[in-house]
Design a protein around this ligand. Structure first.
Ligand code: GDP
Length: 189
């Protein structure tokens, strides 16, 4: 499905985005939530860097898929040891992307399936809502949640987020591949 994947551009500065393609979907989430692992799993190749130093990647990475659309890797948030200056840069770059990138169609917001959404996740949801950017929720590291606990965990997260709106949820594991097919189908749509 995602046959030809290329890292087209790594953006550190506002506005320096590549020319739009037909589609554009971005992935957001806390550092360490499993975003790089998920992208690599979706692409079927190890192209996104798995963070040995979480929070370090401050760039927006544009991956073209079959030359038809971009899957965009947004810089992770919520890492503790980041200076105020760094956080400000992160917020400015993301805000510019969210506000000015008209080709952005949808965001997948990644949340760790094991935990309740954190303050920073809720802030991101409110930010996206305020900007009227549509998004869906991807619950990562599904393999780390016992099968018997999955429904319960899902319901807790859903009930927490239902305060903000009704969303689609995609539980996935980059490790076992569970849920990856369903997510790919949604992306293809
Ligand atoms: P990022 O900072 O959001 O890009 O997160 P990474 O993809 O670098 O993953 C952070 C850590 O979680 C790494 O040690 C990964 O191996 C691990 N990880 C990511 N996805 C999964 C998953 O689906 N299952 C398990 N068991 N571990 C995962």
């Amino acid at each position: 499905m995602f046959n030809k994947v290329e890292l087209v551009k790594t953006v550190y500065k506002k506005g320096e985005y590549p020319s739009p393609l037909n589609a554009e979907i971005a992935f957001a989430g806390r550092s360490n939530v499993g975003k790089s692992s998920l992208l690599n799993k979706l692409f079927g190749i190890k192209i996104a860097k798995i963070s040995s130093n979480p929070g370090k990647t401050r760039s927006i990475n544009f991956y073209s898929v079959n030359n038809k659309g971009y899957l965009v890797d947004l810089p992770g948030y919520g890492f503790a040891n980041v200076s105020k200056e760094e956080k400000k840069k992160w917020a400015e770059l993301l805000e510019d992307y969210f506000v000015n990138r008209y080709s952005l169609q949808m965001i997948f917001l990644l949340i760790d399936h094991r935990h309740e959404p954190q303050k920073k996740d809720l802030e991101m949801i409110q930010w996206l809502r305020g900007l009227e950017i549509p998004f869906m929720i991807v619950l990562t590291k599904l393999d780390k949640v016992k099968k018997s606990e999955r429904q319960k965990k899902l319901r807790i997260i859903q009930s927490e987020l239902s305060k903000y709106g009704d969303y689609l949820y995609f539980p996935v594991s980059a490790k076992t591949g569970e849920g990856i097919g369903a997510l790919k189908n949604e992306i293809s749509k």
